[in-house]
Write a protein that binds this ligand. Structure first.
Ligand code: GRF
Length: 227
């Protein structure tokens, strides 16, 4: 009798990354040695600096310029055609600055994720760092989440919090948050590629196996004697 174990053929997942600008999050993904194939980087702007970075890493790049389309529907339809030509398992919005139509979002249900520079549901939308400073919050951060048609409100996969410092400007706060974006985004994709997370019937992200730890972030720092 042959006891040789059957080889398990686990198909490696493939992702497509969408960008609009610098692409520092995209670079973090390219450097993270993710357990997936990065099939392409697509930008809605031909002048997005991130496209050059992707090329340096030998990744296929495409431009679907939103300016060439009369409305969101026609742009999204062309973008979807471009994405589908790579047959990705996951579509990653890494600083992709276009609001997507409900039809586009529905087409990629549970396959579309985004990184947002705030602790959602606080500060959805733009200028998150300036608004956080204006409100005087002491903790700010970033979120990786599934995309739904409710902009910036899809199921949350992972968040990172940072202290807001007294002399912060929107730029210094953005830089502190961006450092954390570069940490949590690859982690979220690694979990997804390894099928380590699922969505509950209430639409919440659940970890299949994760040791939970509670490490509070208190900001400003407390005096030790009273801690
Ligand atoms: C990031 O802060 C991201 O959260 C937001 O836009 C910024 C993009 O930065 N959506 P980069 O292009 O990844 O450097």
């Amino acid at each position: 009798m042959n006891h040789k174990p059957e080889s398990v053929n686990v198909a490696i997942k493939s992702i497509v990354i969408l960008i609009s600008g610098h692409g520092s999050n995209m670079r973090a993904l390219l450097e993270a040695d993710l357990p997936c194939k990065i099939a392409a980087v697509i930008s809605n702007r031909a002048d997005a600096p991130g496209l050059e970075i992707a090329k340096q890493y030998g990744i296929a790049t495409k431009v679907v310029a939103h300016r060439n389309y009369p409305d969101r529907e026609s742009f999204d339809a062309e973008l979807a055609l471009c994405i589908d030509s790579y047959r990705p398992d996951l579509i990653v919005l890494a600083g992709f600055m276009r609001i997507l139509t409900p039809q586009f979002v529905a087409r990629y249900q549970n396959k579309l994720i985004n990184i947002h520079p705030s602790l959602l549901p606080a500060y959805s939308g733009l200028s998150t760092h300036a608004r956080a400073l204006q409100d005087g919050v002491k903790i700010h951060g970033c979120t990786v989440h599934f995309v739904t048609s409710d902009v910036d409100h899809g199921p949350i996969i992972i968040q990172a919090a940072v202290p807001v410092l007294m002399d912060d400007t929107p730029a210094t706060l953005a830089a502190r948050v961006l450092d954390q974006e570069h940490r949590i985004f690859p982690q979220a994709i690694r979990w997804l590629c390894n099928d380590e997370i699922s969505l509950s019937t209430e639409g919440k992200v659940q970890m299949k196996c994760l040791e939970q730890s509670g490490c509070p972030l208190i900001s400003p720092k407390m005096e030790l004697a009273h801690a």
